[in-house]
Design a protein around this ligand. Structure first.
Ligand code: PXG
Length: 459
């Protein structure tokens, strides 16, 4: 039976009766009822009432080629009929993960040519954590196992993902994190730069926090540093250009591996295939998922640098790690087709040379001047709008995080889906957006800001 046999109300009732949602206050949701999205096409999603909403978040940072791609459905269908599943354990392989690995090795930054598959970003980060610790053990340094991460970083929701991440509320519910992971300051100039400190100098100071953490533990105790090139769920926090090269210099100086989590930034989001290329760095591992299939199938790929891979292969011995769905044939078939579409349509170049710069300019010209907006920032097609009570002093509305939700709700009512995290509005649209789509989005956001201002000033 398909959902068409149920009314919206019935679906909501059943949802409330049986479905536990991710990152949700279940009491609150069950009182309010869920928004049920039933179909989508191009840049638009549609709810059960038929309301058209422009999807400013590409689903959840993933639908980079937009919705309604027949080619992706056909790739899945064909592969399912031919070979829906076989594993890649016990010296077996199937064609699509083999070919996808070759493709990823071609696209990846220099020195990165190996791939380990999972089904989610969280799984890929579990793999990454285990792999770097295994690497140092193989190198005869098992005590070199501390990982340095960042406050407000997001690396997934499994126990390892939560432990790597720096989200306090998640840690509070964890009941014991994976040991020996520490968190340093994030490179977020808007709130953390000192008065008069340049962006460049702030970037260097934030990188210095990594060096301090290495020195505190002793370099022979530190395995790796992990970070999102641009923090995503933490609020699209774009580091100064001085930050990443300096972090890389520090990591090399102390022989600490550099792990990038590109689950959001991978596959074109910042105007290069990987943000490592945008920031000019050469990491040892790159965690990817989401846009690898544009969200049409669950799939993650941990891209592994040659240094780690060489040790793994040369020293031998089994790495006791893997998932039933590692290298899933259908997910990999969809990924291959998705990458083909991104290449064929030149979406990465378009973000770099056309829509990315236009998006930045549109946010500056049409959104930044609003009374409620403290700052706008973007890189490629990834942007943030800081909601404040007072532009000059950067004072926020209280309670913290309450104002952005008001803007978001007005935006959705205007036909514009975006996300509120803390006091920050986030945009991460499909890479198929054109200048016209950006214009449409800015118009709706500006209207939402006007309406929200009326509500918020009444407080
Ligand atoms: N790393 C990063 C950088 C992510 O953004 C993950 C790992 C975990 O991926 P999986 O596939 O296990 O979810 C993510 C996921 C949000 C939000 O609210 C962001 C994510 C997931 C759920 C919500 O912005 N990112």
């Amino acid at each position: 039976m398909t959902y068409q046999n149920y009314s919206l109300k019935q679906l909501q009732q059943i949802d409330a009766a049986h479905h536990l949602h991710p990152f949700t206050d279940h009491k609150e949701l069950r009182e309010a009822g869920s928004r049920i999205i039933t179909h989508a096409n191009g840049p638009f999603i549609y709810d059960a009432d038929g309301t058209e909403i422009l999807d400013g978040m590409a689903g959840l940072w993933c639908v980079n080629v937009g919705y309604g791609r027949d080619e992706l459905a056909e790739a899945a269908y064909t592969q399912m009929k031919e070979l829906p599943y076989y594993n890649s354990f016990f010296k077996c392989s199937t064609p699509t993960p083999v070919l996808l690995s070759k493709k990823l090795a071609e696209l990846a930054p220099r020195g990165v040519s190996q791939v380990f598959y999972g089904s989610s970003g969280s799984e890929a980060n579990d793999t990454a954590l285990r792999l770097v610790r295994h690497y140092w053990a193989l190198e005869g340094k098992p005590e070199k196992n501390r990982i340095i991460s960042r406050k407000m970083g997001y690396h997934g929701s499994t126990i390892a993902g939560t432990s790597l991440g720096g989200m306090e509320p998640m840690h509070k519910q964890l009941g014991g994190a994976v040991p020996n992971i520490v968190h340093v300051m994030m490179p977020y100039a808007y709130e953390l730069a000192l008065p008069g400190e340049s962006d460049h100098d702030f970037g260097l100071r934030a990188a210095k926090a990594v060096e301090d953490a290495i020195l505190e533990a002793g370099a022979d105790k530190v395995a790796a540093f992990i970070g999102e090139p641009v923090m995503g769920a933490g609020g699209v926090k774009i580091p100064p250009m001085s930050y990443w090269p300096e972090v890389q210099r520090i990591c090399r100086k102390y022989d600490v591996l550099l792990m990038l989590d590109e689950v959001i930034t991978g596959y074109g989001r910042t105007g290069e295939w990987f943000a490592a290329q945008t920031f000019g760095i050469e990491p040892d591992t790159i965690t990817t998922a989401k846009a690898l299939t544009s969200g049409y199938q669950p799939l993650s790929a941990l891209l592994v640098g040659d240094r780690i891979a060489a040790t793994l292969v040369e020293k031998g011995g089994e790495f006791y790690h893997g998932y039933t769905y590692s290298g899933h044939p259908v997910a990999c078939a969809v990924a291959l087709k998705n990458l083909e579409i991104i290449e064929r349509e030149g979406l990465v170049d378009r973000v770099k040379n056309d829509t990315g710069p236009y998006f930045a300019q549109a946010l500056q010209e049409r959104i930044a001047g609003h009374n409620l907006v403290g700052e706008v920032r973007s890189i490629g097609l990834m942007g943030a709008i800081e909601i404040v009570k007072d532009k000059a002093t950067k004072e926020r509305y209280l309670p913290s995080g309450s104002a952005a939700v008001v803007v978001r709700d007005h935006a959705i009512a205007q036909g514009m889906m975006l996300r509120a995290t803390g006091d920050t509005m986030i945009l991460s649209p499909p890479l198929i957006w054109t200048r016209e789509t950006i214009d449409m989005a800015c118009e709706r956001i500006a209207k939402a800001l006007d309406l929200a201002e009326v509500d918020l000033r009444k407080r």
